[in-house]
Design a protein around this ligand. Sequence first.
Ligand SMILES: *[C@@H]1O[C@H](CO)[C@@H](O)[C@H](O)[C@H]1NC(C)=O
Ligand SMILES: *[C@@H]1O[C@H](CO)[C@@H](O)[C@H](O)[C@H]1NC(C)=O
Ligand SMILES: *[C@@H]1O[C@H](CO)[C@@H](O)[C@H](O)[C@H]1NC(C)=O
Ligand SMILES: *[C@@H]1O[C@H](CO)[C@@H](O)[C@H](O)[C@H]1NC(C)=O
Ligand SMILES: *[C@@H]1O[C@H](CO)[C@@H](O)[C@H](O)[C@H]1NC(C)=O
Ligand SMILES: *[C@@H]1O[C@H](CO)[C@@H](O)[C@H](O)[C@H]1NC(C)=O
Ligand SMILES: *[C@@H]1O[C@H](CO)[C@@H](O)[C@H](O)[C@H]1NC(C)=O
Ligand SMILES: *[C@@H]1O[C@H](CO)[C@@H](O)[C@H](O)[C@H]1NC(C)=O
Ligand SMILES: *[C@@H]1O[C@H](CO)[C@@H](O)[C@H](O)[C@H]1NC(C)=O
Length: 211
Amino acid sequence: MRSSLPSALTYVHSLSFFLLADSRSWEPGTAAEALTEALAPAFAVFANASIPPPASLLANVSYIWSNGTSGITATSTLYYNASALAPPLQIVYNAAANRSNATGPQPFIYVEGGAAGDLASLGVAFLLANWTGADEPPLNQPPVNVSTNETLNGKGKGMSHVRAIEEQLEYTLTVISHASDGAISHRIEQVQLWADSVYIVPPFLAHTSVL
Ligand SMILES: *[C@@H]1O[C@H](CO)[C@@H](O)[C@H](O)[C@H]1NC(C)=O
Ligand SMILES: *[C@@H]1O[C@H](CO)[C@@H](O)[C@H](O)[C@H]1NC(C)=O
Ligand SMILES: *[C@@H]1O[C@H](CO)[C@@H](O)[C@H](O)[C@H]1NC(C)=O
Ligand SMILES: *[C@@H]1O[C@H](CO)[C@@H](O)[C@H](O)[C@H]1NC(C)=O
Ligand SMILES: *[C@@H]1O[C@H](CO)[C@@H](O)[C@H](O)[C@H]1NC(C)=O
Ligand SMILES: *[C@@H]1O[C@H](CO)[C@@H](O)[C@H](O)[C@H]1NC(C)=O
Ligand SMILES: *[C@@H]1O[C@H](CO)[C@@H](O)[C@H](O)[C@H]1NC(C)=O
Ligand SMILES: *[C@@H]1O[C@H](CO)[C@@H](O)[C@H](O)[C@H]1NC(C)=O
Ligand SMILES: *[C@@H]1O[C@H](CO)[C@@H](O)[C@H](O)[C@H]1NC(C)=O
């Protein structure tokens, strides 16, 4: 695993630059997860590491990474610092800065016709930002015309991590339709159960109870 890290890092770094200002549905959350897994594995969902992860970024962290093929595990100790987690936290910052300051259940990012499940994909990254005390964007910024910087009427932007997490959670649990057995739909317009949701929603819900 260690030997493949440099190429993985190059790849995820390109991904992060590609996606930093992006508002598509599952992509920013997926990029944040991939970046976390590559740059700071002990904080990643699939790491065999303690949960909650270290609250401070300035910590030495041991983790065991399973070799999926052989079952052989390798142990490493890495030193994490703010720069190691900066790429995923930057994705969270951008999403929080662009989130409407309207109150009530709503997803982290607004995507026209998006899949309800996808929108929770930033959940673990937001929880990590909250957990590590990452910088939050300026709150309640009036909307501006980006071509002129003129202030416009309408909803402000800029959301705290805690409120963004709580309102996404409420949206996932109470607004999105559930199947008769309680399963959370992946789509908004009708109940559909997708494999994608399994990788997105349960890690968010599970981490919410710990972080
Ligand atoms: C997993 O272990 C096998 C056997 O040691 C090795 O050939 C393979 O490269 C390892 N895979 C990864 C992803 O580390
Ligand atoms: C910011 O949010 C608006 C909707 O409120 C969306 O249309 C736009 O694409 C988002 N911009 C970025 C850069 O995410
Ligand atoms: C996770 O790590 C613990 C030791 O911290 C080990 O006992 C356990 O077997 C590991 N699980 C997996 C799936 O590698
Ligand atoms: C982390 O571990 C490295 C290598 O063992 C050591 O040099 C460093 O001082 C440790 N840092 C902290 C913050 O414990
Ligand atoms: C902090 O993390 C970055 C990215 O992993 C690394 O390049 C840098 O050397 C680290 N700095 C310290 C002081 O450990
Ligand atoms: C966010 O972090 C604060 C302070 O660490 C903590 O009290 C709170 O429970 C966290 N909230 C969520 C939703 O994780
Ligand atoms: C923003 O400014 C440009 C240039 O003056 C103008 O064409 C455009 O209509 C403005 N957009 C909004 C939403 O006011
Ligand atoms: C708008 O404001 C930003 C930040 O102050 C500045 O960098 C940018 O040049 C301004 N754009 C215009 C069109 O004035
Ligand atoms: C949202 O931001 C706008 C613009 O700054 C402000 O007028 C409004 O009061 C804010 N709304 C809330 C609920 O904080």
